[in-house]
Design a protein. Sequence first.
Lengths: 283, 266
Amino acid sequence: MKAAAAARSPWRDPVIWLAVPAIVYLLVLYALPLLWLLTKSFIGPGGFTLRPYIDFFADPFNWRVVWNTLGIALWVTLACLIVGYPAAFALARAGAALQIAMLIAIILPLSIGVVVKAFAWQIVLRRDGVVSQLLVAVGIWDEPQRLLFTEPGLVLGAANIFLPFMILPIYSVVKLIDPRLLEAGATLGAAPLYRFVKIMVPLTLPGVVSGVAFVFSMSVSMYVVPSLLIGDRFQTLSTLTGRSFLFMRNEQLGSTTAVILLAMAVGVVVGSTWLARRLGGST
Amino acid sequence: MTLTEQLGRAIMWIAAIFTVVFLMTPLLVTVAVSFGSSSVFTLPPPDWSTRWYERLTNARGLWPSLLTSIQIAAFSTVVALVLGTLCAIALVRGRFPGRDSIATFLISPLMLPGLVIGIAMLQGFKALGLREAYSSLMIAHVIITLPYVVRTVLAALSLFDFSLIDAARTLGCSYPTAILRVLVPSLGPAFLTSGMFAFLASMDNYPISIFFTDAWTKTLPIQMLQYVEENPDPTIAAISSGLVLLAILALVVGDRLVGLRKLADF
């Protein structure tokens, strides 16, 4: 009866008013400013214009910046996926002791600031740092090298900081999978690899999609990590946006790069939601 | 067990051990450096010393910025808990169109670049005539903390049996009392985890805060980054180790109250 009354006019249902404060807060202080930033970037002295974007993409340096951003984000996401996918399985299947060790190793860094972790990676990636010492000891490198302020160093540091965001969504899917599904596959004569690819992988895809979306969008927009691990030599859209507003006082350039960054992030969110819904519907 | 299965297991365990070592490395390195005597981060340290901790007492600007960060994080977390819970109740109980879109909208600040949100909000606040750093930071940080609350409380509420509230009312509770005595206690774990992560996210935020700080009002991450850039010595490692200790305490408390596995729910 209540539902029927509400269907006639949703505003009759008093519970809806509980949502109003939060929505108004976000609308006024967050959504409208974002829309304003977006709109303003398309308005020139004579009305609607694409001039800032045409100018931006006419400069080969800016193309480098876009490729830097996407390239680093891709490498970081790939690294996180390669380590995180099997690690999520291990987390779901491990015995109590290893599971607790893994949970601590995953959750503890999440509660520690990114400035702290990026600073730690400045130490780890030095010429006499842990990674360099390890690679020399194993024999991969003949002599110690500096990884700080290089692209591989940035990928390593960023992958470290974002890895939990890959493991946790995959883990949340893996732990719900009934292990008897694989046994059923075995009874029906499927080989192990075939079982994994045909049964396990499709079931974990929703987790993979959300993990990839998290890590990719965070790597595209990271600011503190590249500032500390690679410096001004290597610009990404995010660092260029920050620099144009904070140091160069070039609001025009900053707004343009901010909108491009925003478009990428929205693209990732919309794309991953669409994919997740499709995957959810098919399984 | 066939060879392929053994190989699969081996990959799984190697990834697990690598993950633990890899994720703990920055924390262990920070703590080791902070107790070392070397000022150039030599590892392993030539000798142990607590001199970087002694320097903390007179580190310029550190304690005020820590205080500012704690105040802003506490305020914005409380506001977010109230606004977010009310909104989550409406989204779960209400029968109006577009509830999924509203939920996505409320969680969206988590998924958009902080720097872009910061720039947009800076211009928005200017248009509203808000220029004071401290209050700007407080208002802005609610946008950071709200998504954590909405996400977790929404998930917890959708599992809550609302007929319990009707039961309490049949037994003579008024509606607000029923909410306070039945709903709020059963949402306790959700409040705790979301509040904790919201608080930490606010404490940690750099890309939004940077647009609202001035020479007198700085949050901890901004003060720390300035330190790293100006005089990179292990004093920063000592501060960081303090934060690691705080995070360990938070984790222990969280484990005691809701359990480690629950904290990993995403």
